[in-house]
Design a protein around this ligand. Structure first.
Ligand SMILES: Nc1ncnc2c1ncn2[C@@H]1O[C@H](COP(=O)(O)OP(=O)(O)OP(=O)(O)O)[C@@H](O)[C@H]1O
Ligand code: SF4
Ligand SMILES: [Mg+2]
Length: 427
């Protein structure tokens, strides 16, 4: 698989510590007593498994008696895996449920339904006390380094607070550990007593990263970690995260708008639309052979200057209309109100997230490459419906079609290939 490259730029601010710097501007941690925790899950096996995750936020009426009058269906039946030592990218338009998914996994929110299996343990409904050891293992990097750091606290107390709360090291060892962490993220360890406003945006994000590393997490949920930064600084922070991933064997759920950044960082990418996963695949398949009309439109909307970074120029596919309200999403396929390919079945039947290749799942009745979408629904026989989406009386129950996390050895071969291991045809 090709490793896309991201241009590096000069360091974001004054030299960190006068030491040798890596591509990210961070000091190499090799040989230091750097934080390291060995994952209990073998490399490549899922460290995180999200299964039919759902988050419905209640909508209340105004007035004295505030009744629930509806729900924002922010995340609705999302399933995926993050492999140990790997990185899954999560992309999609604003409001599609990316941050909510991240906040559920870090258990800043409790899901309405579904499972969040971390190293095999379902943490979706653990009590705050039961969650305490898990919180050490899963940390979050927030989008905005300006608001996510308390301006009244020194960098030392921001980065050191988790050590004290979790009593990870004796009090007299907190400062040396904080300084070590600052050095790891490319900041001057002597600046532990400065305040966040004394740092640039890129440096503040490094402080946020140091804070996330304090408890030696195995999984980092990075929610738009570079989108608030200048373009010139973004590559440095991305490269820092990559250095840290390699050095400390951290797994990532990487949430971002920027498809070029996601392609660079993540071997696997999932696309969300209005609370649902619509496509998930390995990087090369998703960027070079997207099969969902929404993914195709999203990739085509990337500005020309960045098209090379996502695999080449594409003709622009313009989507009509606005994203519908997640309080009252469209029936059937949620993308149908904007989809140029929508047909009768799309309003009647929700397309399942079907596996159509060894590492490729798509939720579209007419999944296909741009200009090669089939004219008959690929999912009809799997769902036991006719081409208009009417249930066939003799059809078996399709309740087992709820999307499972991960990929299986068999798939619906929409291309009629015979070569795939265990491939099966849908019709
Ligand atoms: N606490 C909440 N109460 C009610 N609705 C919420 C809450 N948090 C998020 N939402 C709604 O859930 C939907 C998903 O929001 P979310 O923040 O997850 O989107 P996002 O994909 O991260 O968007 P962005 O790219 O703008 O960050 C939105 O419609 C949002 O308004
Ligand atoms: S299922 Fe129908 S509406 Fe949905 S993306 Fe596919 S063609 Fe478009
Ligand atoms: Mg968000």
């Amino acid at each position: 698989m090709d490793e896309p490259t991201l241009t590096t730029t000069p360091a974001d601010g004054p030299p960190a510590n006068g030491g040798a710097t890596s591509s990210s501007g961070s000091t190499s941690t090799s040989g230091s007593a750097a934080p390291h925790r060995t994952a209990t899950v073998p490399h490549g096996e899922p460290i995180l498994e999200v299964d039919e995750l759902q988050m419905y936020f209640p909508v209340k009426s105004s007035g004295i008696i505030r009744r629930t009058v509806g729900h924002v269906q922010a995340v609705d039946g999302v399933s995926f895996q993050v492999p140990a030592g790997g990185a899954l990218g999560l992309v999609g338009e604003s409001g599609c449920g990316k941050s909510t998914t991240g906040r559920l996994i870090t258990r800043l929110l409790t899901p309405t339904a579904g499972a969040i299996r971390f190293e095999g343990q379902d943490i979706a409904r653990l009590s705050p006390r039961e969650l305490k050891p898990v919180r050490r293992e899963i940390q979050m990097i927030f989008q905005d380094p300006y608001t996510s750091l308390n301006p009244r606290h020194t960098v030392g107390s921001i980065v050191g607070a988790p050590l004290e709360i979790h009593k990870v090291v004796p009090r007299n060892k907190v400062l040396p550990r904080v300084q070590e962490l600052l050095e790891i993220v490319g900041l001057n360890p002597e600046h532990y007593n400065r305040y966040p406003n004394e740092f640039s945006g890129g440096q503040r994000q490094r402080i946020g990263i140091a804070r996330a590393l304090t408890l030696q997490p195995k999984l980092l949920v990075a929610d738009e970690p570079v989108s608030a930064l200048d373009v010139s600084i973004q590559a440095q922070v991305i490269n820092l995260l990559q250095d840290l991933q390699r050095e400390f064997d951290i797994s990532f759920l990487f949430i971002a708008h920027d498809l070029a950044v996601v392609r660079h960082f993540c071997p696997e990418v999932a696309v969300m639309y209005l609370g649902k996963l619509v496509e998930i695949a390995d990087r090369d398949t998703l960027y070079n052979h997207p099969h969902h009309p929404y993914t195709q439109a999203l990739l085509s909307a990337v500005p020309d200057v960045k098209q090379a970074a996502i695999g080449g120029r594409r003709d622009r596919i313009r989507l009509e209309g606005d994203v519908p309200s997640p309080i009252n999403p469209p029936s059937g396929c949620r993308f149908r109100t904007r989809c140029p390919l929508a047909q009768e079945i799309c309003a009647k039947v929700e397309p399942p997230l079907l596996q159509i290749g060894p590492h490729h799942k798509v939720a579209c009745h007419f999944a296909g490459e741009v200009g090669q979408h089939p004219t008959t629904p690929i999912s009809a026989s799997v769902l036991g419906v006719d081409e208009q989406g009417n249930q066939k009386p003799e059809a078996a129950s399709t309740s087992e079609l709820g999307s499972q996390p991960g990929f299986s050895d068999t798939w619906v071969d929409v291309h009629g290939h015979r070569g795939g291991s265990g491939a099966t045809r849908s019709s």
